[in-house]
Design a protein around this ligand. Structure first.
Ligand code: M6R
Length: 613
């Protein structure tokens, strides 16, 4: 959601900025723009639509050479995605150019003030207001960093701002509050980006900024202050992935590449987390064992796919630890006055670590004195930084908007957390924990087996190019898998898809069944309980009403007896089955969206990282 790039150094800023914007395309956007500082003026261009539109415009009417510039991909909030509303926005006298991610909540009040002072704003966006305010301040103090600090003190809401001053071609200034921004540290050049993908081609040294900080970069220097001007420091870190991770490597989509990366991602998520004999060692969980023993309630929060990982976590954590575990959508959490105490552990799951709803929820939880543990994939992101503890999922960069390896590694992290709590609190014997860990270690190979059979699922997907509705059924830990399968189809194929707990069918959803409706059924493994047989009955019931049923079943299940088509899964314990059962559903959605001609990596209206509430 909105991508931001800033550059100052020895290269042509236009090339660096446009390439950076291309690497941020995955975040989702609907217009793009660039501004360069040129001999006392600002040269800029901005276009609605894809980055290619901007590139075509600057190819037709080239911008002047410059080594200082900023760029932006916009995901519309205030004002339609038009050329006029695209960023950068200029101040009244065109001395500053500004790009922005977030929402300025008091923009109407500021706009009225500006208009009373004679300003003419040429766009309905909150960003245009911020640009005019910034320039107003700059004209008073003649120092862009100071003007930025003064501006930030006047703005309410969430924002990352990046600006240039036509009178100072040596500097780019940025600020952040509740929105992402990272500094890339180069040799004789420095960068700004919404995330490291913006500059990974040039440097892997990065500086994480804190909340409410302003940074001024020149070719050789980076100066950080807080909004009042007191010196501040960011946290320096080395990015542990390189450009190859941000390339498709022969795949048609990043999503497909990321699905196929899952065996390695799972192995990385498990690496170093146990001693080989089943003893877990989660060194990065910075909560003491005493703290973990006093927990009397767990609340898992997240949005979208991360929420579904949380639903799976509930089954595992309650079973292994006997600690009551609630799962809640992060955006609902703080509005219902949840009961939290210092003995509550809030587990915040977020691939990006920047989801605004989840971030606001953890801040709320910490104010209530609950302990917060983040499960996150993105180093240097805000949610782990603001949490008491973190388990990184080590999936590597996830570029496709649809979460795939992010989800599977979130599941692993949830399992590891549950087992670790069981170990610390003694609710499972060591050999019981070791047995589950041994099963987890087999997951990369199991997923590889499923990927080797991808063509079977693709063939199935190609038969559904005209399908307008699909249902997914599951029970127990298979229920969140059904929800995830449906979400993947909605966001990629834009078709109606619903996930239901199979037991709920007769309470309403069965009325949706009609002749030929595809219904995917995530079958629980055969176990000591009767779940499998009850689910098989549900499959029969929808089949009897004309549905075409596709059963995802473990090896050895005689599913042909009750379902129309069978997708075989490796035999794994019930609680771990979501890892394997999700993979065919990812492949199905990816292939179906491909045959339908959709942009799989950047589905319409969606952003990878939802940084506004
Ligand atoms: O970065 P996060 O894990 O916090 O993102 C949460 C959701 O926005 C995300 O999972 C979304 O639902 C995905 N597009 C699902 O594929």
């Amino acid at each position: 959601m909105c991508g931001i790039v800033g550059y100052v150094g020895h290269r042509q800023a236009q090339d660096v900025v446009v390439e950076g914007l291309r690497r941020l395309e995955y975040r989702g956007y609907d217009s793009a723009g660039i501004a360069l500082v040129d001999a006392g003026t600002i040269a800029s261009d901005k276009r609605a639509g894809k980055l290619a539109n901007l590139e075509a415009a600057i190819a037709a009417e080239p911008l002047p050479p410059s080594t200082t510039g900023i760029g932006h991909t916009r995901w519309a909030t205030h004002g339609a995605p038009t050329d006029r509303n695209a960023h950068p926005h200029l101040g009244q006298k065109a001395r500053v150019a500004l790009v922005h991610n977030g929402i300025v909540e008091n923009y109407l009040t500021l706009r009225e003030e500006l208009e009373r002072a004679g300003h003419e704003l040429d766009s309905e966006t909150d960003t245009a207001v911020a640009a005019h305010v910034l320039e107003q301040e700059l004209l008073e103090c003649d120092d862009l960093a100071e003007a930025m600090r003064r501006t930030c003190r006047r703005l309410e809401g969430a924002f990352t701002l990046v600006a240039v001053d036509a009178h100072d071609p040596t500097t780019v200034v940025a600020a952040r509050r509740n929105s992402p921004l990272v500094v890339g540290l180069g040799e004789g050049e420095n960068f700004l980006g919404s995330d490291v993908a913006a500059f990974i081609e040039h440097t892997r040294e990065a500086l994480e900024l804190g909340q409410d900080q302003v940074v001024a970069i020149t070719a050789d220097d980076v100066v950080v202050t807080d909004f009042d001007g007191s010196p501040a420091t960011g946290t320096r870190y080395h990015v542990d992935w390189d450009l190859s991770a941000a390339r498709k490597d022969g795949f048609d989509w990043f999503m497909r590449k990321e699905i196929f990366e899952q065996p390695r991602a799972l192995a990385d998520a498990l690496l170093g987390r146990h001693d080989g004999k089943g003893q877990l060692q989660l060194d990065e969980v910075r909560l003491s064992e005493d703290d973990l023993r006093t927990i009397d309630k767990i609340v898992v929060i997240g949005c979208g796919t991360a929420n579904y990982a949380g639903l799976v976590a509930k089954y595992a954590i309650e079973h292994w630890t006997r600690i009551p575990c609630e799962v809640e959508l992060a955006h609902e959490f703080r509005y219902r006055d949840p009961i939290l105490t210092r003995n509550t552990l809030v587990v915040a799951i977020s691939q990006s670590g920047e989801t605004a709803d989840t971030l606001m929820a953890i801040r709320y939880a910490r104010r209530q004195r609950a302990k917060v543990l983040a499960i996150c994939n993105t180093n240097g992101s805000t949610i782990p930084r603001e949490s008491d503890a973190v388990i990184y999922t080590h999936a590597g960069p996830e570029i496709g908007v649809a979460s795939t390896k992010g989800f599977l590694t979130q599941l692993v992290a949830c399992y590891l957390l549950g087992l670790y709590l069981a170990q610390v609190r003694g609710t499972k014997f060591g050999d019981e924990i070791a047995a589950v860990v041994a099963e987890l270690d087999k997951m990369p190979a199991h997923v590889q087996t499923l990927l080797d059979r991808a063509e079977e699922v693709y063939a199935l997907a190609r038969q559904h190019a005209d399908t307008r509705s699909v249902l997914f059924l599951g029970r127990h830990a298979g229920f969140p898998v059904a929800l995830e399968g449906a979400l993947k189809l909605k966001e990629l194929a834009y078709i109606h898809a619903e996930g239901f707990a199979a037991g709920e069918l007769k309470h309403g959803p069965i009325a949706l069944i009609e002749e030929g409706l595809p219904v995917f059924c995530v079958m629980p493994p055969r176990g000591r309980d009767q779940l499998h047989d009850k689910m098989a009955s549900a499959v029969q019931e929808v089949r009897a009403r004309g549905a075409r049923t596709y059963a995802l079943v473990e090896e050895g299940d005689d599913a042909a007896a009750y379902a129309d088509e069978v997708i075989r899964l490796p035999k794994v314990p019930t609680l771990l089955q979501p890892i394997v059962a999700t993979v065919p559903l990812q492949l199905f959605a990816c292939e179906l969206a491909t045959v339908m001609g959709h942009d799989v990596d950047q589905p319409r209206n969606l952003a990878k990282s939802v940084t506004v509430e």
